[in-house]
Design a protein around this ligand. Structure first.
Ligand code: 9MR
Length: 396
């Protein structure tokens, strides 16, 4: 077999392995609607991922969860098991087991791994927060602890992580106090905002090849342009300053936690934001997409016509982010934060009023219109947006 023929065959087989589908041949063309999101994404070099709940992945009573993660997606993110409270529950003692399981699973399924998360103010172990709050851990020691944690974790996973969320959710929101946007949370409070640059430098030293991301929510589109109240602008200015200071940041992760009850974005607004970040020389990614709705008590998905507009609005938002990502060559991946309403953080988190219906499949793993719209976007988007029209010949 000629080399280029062999390579082409290999690529089809590799892509098919992601989706678990048979490779296409000239006599058996693949019906794209039967291909997985992961496989369709690879046509664009775009990785379609999901957050993975390790308890659900291991549950023998729920085989559909595991099967869907392995066949539908080309990238995975640990929903919780790479967070500090899980990785280092006792000072200096690391629990890499669950995260290593996910890495092995991803390897078997030909999937990339997004590392989530090195520095965040939530899900920190009690030994750390208590020590800082009661004064037994001072500022210098805290900085050493952070450097050790980042170095140990990134070295452990060296070569196995495609993108790291190095710093997560460091910027406040307009509804916080004070409303002027600022660096928020545990790390800024105790170390000052310089911890952000430090974290990227320490991560880079531990793995020279992983892509290093700043990750946040509510940065899907620009607003007023004033960093005092426009979070996207604040993050843009942060990225620019880091690059000016030669800090090794490679990308911006836009989480994409949306709700149908809010004013939503359109594709052009979101694409414009991605393009601005790309203009700094950065990659982008959607890292935690889900689109929730306020529930009506007693109404279940599919029960009534009333719920359909919410499913449609949710689908439209998934599509807006995906189309924007497809339109920018620097948008490398699109990850959903769970793919079934059976396993979603939303109902447990938003209880008053109750919210749900946030993912692309229902509680029985049936695709919702969001799933089909994502597929349609991946199938129908062509290079560079405009495909030549086929002239219509008058019939004789
Ligand atoms: O989905 C995660 C949920 O299981 C955890 O209880 C929660 C705890 O803070 O974190 C959720 O994931 C968050 C992610 O790590 C960072 N961005 C917001 C996500 C949703 O809260």
């Amino acid at each position: 077999m000629k080399l280029n023929r062999w390579l082409a065959t290999g690529m089809v087989v590799a892509a098919a392995a992601v989706a678990g589908a048979a490779p296409a041949t000239a006599s058996h063309p693949v019906d794209p609607t039967q291909q997985s999101l992961g496989q369709l994404g690879l046509r664009h070099d775009l990785y379609i991922g999901t957050a993975v709940d390790m308890a659900a992945l291991a549950d023998p009573a729920d085989p559909q969860y595991r099967a869907t993660v392995s066949t539908e997606f080309s990238s995975v993110t640990a929903e919780n098991v790479m967070k500090w409270e899980t990785l280092e529950p006792t000072r200096g003692t690391y629990n890499f087991g669950p995260a290593d399981e996910l890495i092995a699973f991803a390897k078997r399924n030909n999937q990339k791994v997004r590392g989530h998360v090195l520095v965040w103010q939530n899900q920190l172990p009690a030994w750390l927060t208590t020590g800082v709050n009661n004064g037994t851990i001072g500022k210098d020691e805290l900085r050493d602890i952070l450097r050790n944690h980042i170095t140990t974790v990134v070295k452990h996973f060296k070569g196995k992580i495609w993108q790291w969320d190095v710093v997560n959710e460091a910027v406040s929101d307009p509804w916080d106090s004070p409303p002027t946007l600022h660096y928020k949370g545990f790390w800024a409070q105790h170390l000052g905002p310089g911890y952000i640059a430090d974290a990227f430098r320490w991560a880079r030293a531990a793995d020279p090849k992983a892509l290093l991301f700043y990750n946040d929510y509510n940065i899907e589109a620009f607003g007023s342009g004033d960093p005092a109240n426009d979070k996207t602008q604040f993050v843009y200015d942060l990225a620019k300053a880091l690059l000016r200071d030669r800090v090794p940041i490679d990308g911006i992760g836009s989480q994409g936690h949306l709700g149908t009850q809010y004013g939503n974005y359109d594709t052009l607004q979101v694409a414009a934001a991605l393009k601005k970040f790309a203009g700094l020389g950065l990659a982008t990614a959607f890292t935690e997409v889900d689109v929730r709705s306020v529930m009506t008590p007693g109404v279940q998905a599919g029960d009534s016509g009333e719920i359909n507009p919410r499913l449609q609005a949710s689908a439209a938002n998934y599509s807006v982010l995906l189309q924007a990502c497809l339109a920018d060559r620097h948008c490398l991946s699109y990850t959903v934060w769970g793919f079934t309403d059976k396993h979603s953080w939303v109902p447990g988190w938003f209880t008053n009023p109750p919210e749900g219906l946030a993912t692309i499949m229902d509680e029985n793993y049936q695709p919702k219109r969001a799933y089909n719209l994502m597929k349609a976007d991946l199938i129908h988007s062509g290079p560079p947006y405009v495909l030549p029209r086929v002239p219509q010949k008058p019939r004789r």
